[in-house]
Write a protein that binds this ligand. Structure first.
Ligand SMILES: Nc1ncnc2c1ncn2[C@@H]1O[C@H](COP(=O)(O)OP(=O)(O)OP(=O)(O)O)[C@@H](O)[C@H]1O
Length: 243
């Protein structure tokens, strides 16, 4: 079976080439974006944001401020009430069906609650996105090993999620998000259920992925992690973005 991609396939994880300097091209843009939910809740108000290729950006803010809503709009899970969103030169809210799936293949997503399949092993949980994209068995194996290594779980490939700690489960979900080497990684409160040590491990993996060229956007409540990480941060309060 061949895999069907409208964009050139991306190589498995590898160190960045010294000959490829970071390009300052926008990969995510929000222009005057507002979101009002059907119940009248104003989740986002006139948001403008430019994220360049290779950036690592934290989005922080209190509970209910609009962080998840913003991320969901980047992969077309919610639509703006007003304004424009551009991701990979496409408007996620204008895409449907196959076109939206193709855009989502270029965005890795990590959630606070991992969302692993309980009756599948670590290796199967990670490979699931590749099966869905009809990658060959050989290509799946070629991608699986570096992804497991990246998150430090090579020796746990055959375990089931319930046999892992919370930190390990989150690392599986990161491996699943990046095994198809998407250029963008969105992480919504990835450390929300983790203790400080496991949280820092997760952030270190995200930093490593960023060094490999992946654009990383992370929402978090954790001021301490933001301070330790030393990356740019924007804050959302009552749906408004502050720099
Ligand atoms: N599906 C929905 N329908 C109606 N209102 C919603 C919906 N999802 C979120 N909201 C509201 O929109 C606002 C922003 O919610 P959002 O989940 O984006 O905040 P958040 O900053 O991610 O919060 P948390 O840190 O607790 O996850 C909140 O007032 C919330 O109640």
């Amino acid at each position: 079976m061949t895999h069907v991609l409208t964009h050139p396939p991306v190589a498995p994880l590898q160190p960045p080439s010294a000959e490829q300097p970071k390009r300052a091209e926008s990969i995510i843009q929000l222009r005057q974006v507002s979101k009002v939910y059907a119940n009248g809740s104003h989740a986002l108000v006139n948001i403008n944001l430019d994220i360049k290729k290779g950036d690592f950006l934290f989005i922080t803010g209190p509970s209910g401020s609009g962080k998840s809503t913003l991320l969901k709009m980047l992969y077309g899970d919610e639509h703006p009430s007003n304004g424009d969103i551009i991701v990979h030169k496409e408007c996620p809210h204008q895409l449907r069906g196959n076109q939206l799936s193709m855009l989502r293949r270029r965005i890795g997503i990590v959630f606070q609650d991992y969302k692993l399949i309980p009756r599948r092993t670590v290796a199967e949980n990670i490979s699931v996105v590749l099966w869905a994209q009809s990658y060959t068995r050989q290509e799946i194996e070629r991608r699986l090993q570096p992804a497991l290594k990246m998150v430090g779980l090579t020796d746990k490939a055959d375990r089931f999620p319930e046999e892992l700690s919370g930190g390990e489960q989150q690392r599986v979900s990161i491996a699943r998000a990046i095994v198809a080497t998407p250029p963008i990684l969105l992480a919504d409160e990835p450390t929300g259920n983790l203790d400080p040590d496991n949280s820092w491990q997760v952030i270190k993996i995200l930093k490593k992925l960023n060094q490999l060229g992946i654009t990383v956007v992370v929402t978090t409540h954790d001021e301490n992690l933001i301070r330790l990480s030393d990356h740019p941060v924007v804050q959302i309060r009552n749906g408004k973005l502050y720099r």
